[in-house]
Ligand binder design. Structure first.
Ligand code: SAH
Ligand code: SF4
Length: 362
């Protein structure tokens, strides 16, 4: 063995090749291994049957082959499926598979979106979100991010063609591992998912938004805005104290000046907090400050233990009418999977809760 074994799904082809070369293997072995991992989806080194037995043994010494363990899977009526996984150290994370359009009106679309996690817990503590309720434990490795994609495709038997980083955690706070995972997911030797089919979501880390703007990668970006004045936003998103709206919007404007794609502002509608007609007016003013912005409104998804309420459809419609009158591109996304606690972090909490109660840990 040349050095400490690393999870093989955390490495690029170049890195696998370099490690194999250092172990005395010819370079072309790297491509063969990547093909087994991402094209043939081998589930162990032993399964890589056209490689010499000695090489397979050596791979097991040079690299770790880790697979996410499925703890629970919940399906809902509209076929949104939520997976709870246990990682090698016992930590729990969630991934949610969402069909683009349920077959309510004629043919269902065949676009399938996977929503994945990037951290165990979250340090940002947004007041409406289940993921932050128990704090932050650690960043996920690139292999654990890529692993969610591979495992859900394997378990569901379905091909995923759209990926969103909207599960547990703040992706831009785990920048290096998220970028490495995207490189593997995007690469022709890897999963081969187009960058335009990958969306990062952030609570508004302004410096990292600028860093992303300077990268050549054409992934999409969504900003969790949820408040269009500092007063409202600060009340529900503590990150706003560190990066107030003016700072965030400047970073967003920089991003759209460097990139060709749209930027999306995510806006959860929470009754009495940010869903008044005057809030919609403030949102119009904010949207006008950033060229190429689209707004995605989402009615709040109830989280056990939190007091926030989803507004009535009449209130939602009144809010949308203000955006429409101002000709701001906006959509209202009526949540799928409401019935299986699909908002990020909720399934994990339900599973963790009994342990916390019986041991009295906190
Ligand atoms: N940390 C990143 C990505 C994960 S959160 C971010 O905040 O953008 C992904 C999205 O889920 C965010 O827009 C978040 O605001 C939303 N979300 C969290 N809790 C929700 C809830 N209870 N109902 C609806 N959306 C929720
Ligand atoms: Fe963290 Fe995003 Fe949830 Fe805020 S919304 S607590 S940043 S996961």
């Amino acid at each position: 063995m040349t050095s400490t074994p690393l999870p093989i799904h955390s490495l690029t082809l170049g890195e696998i090749e370099a490690r194999l070369a250092a172990a005395g293997q010819p370079q072309y072995r790297g491509k063969q291994v990547a093909q087994w991992l991402y094209e043939k989806r081998a589930r162990s080194f032993a399964a890589m049957s056209n490689l010499p037995a000695a090489l397979r043994t050596q791979l097991g010494e040079e690299f770790l082959f880790q697979e996410l363990e499925q703890v629970r899977v919940l399906g809902s009526a509209d076929t949104t499926r939520k997976y709870l996984f246990r990682l090698a150290d016992g930590a729990l994370i969630e991934s949610v598979l969402i069909p683009a359009s349920p077959a309510l009106y004629g043919e269902a679309s065949d676009r399938r979106t996977l929503c994945i996690s990037t951290q165990v817990g979250c340090a940002y503590g947004c007041k409406f979100c289940a993921s932050g309720l128990d704090g932050w434990s650690r960043n996920l490795g690139a292999d654990e991010i890529v692993g969610q994609f591979l495992r859900v495709e394997e378990l569901s038997g379905e091909k995923i063609n759209n990926l969103v980083f909207m599960g547990m955690g703040e992706p831009l706070a785990n920048f290096a591992h998220v970028m490495q995972a995207i490189a593997i997911l995007n690469a022709p030797w890897g999963v081969g998912l187009g960058a335009r089919h990958i969306t990062l979501s952030t609570s508004g880390l302004a410096p990292q938004i600028r860093e992303l703007a300077d990268q050549p990668l054409q992934v999409r970006l969504a900003i969790s805005l949820h408040g269009a004045t500092d007063e409202v936003r600060e009340q529900i998103m503590p990150v706003n104290r560190k990066y107030p709206l003016a700072v965030l919007l400047e970073a967003c404007a920089y991003y759209t000046s460097r990139k060709k794609q749209f930027l999306t502002f995510e806006y959860i509608l929470i009754e009495g907090i940010n869903d008044r007609v005057e809030d919609a007016g403030a949102l119009v003013r904010v949207a006008r400050k950033v060229r190429g912005v689209k707004i995605n409104c989402i009615p709040y998804n109830t989280v056990e233990g939190l007091d926030w309420v989803r507004p009535s459809e009449a209130r939602q419609d009144a809010f949308m009418a203000v955006l429409e009158a101002a000709q701001i591109p906006a959509t209202l996304r009526r949540e799928k999977g409401h019935d299986i606690a699909a908002a990020c972090g909720q399934l994990r909490r339900q599973t963790l809760a009994p342990t916390v109660e019986t041991t009295g840990e906190e």
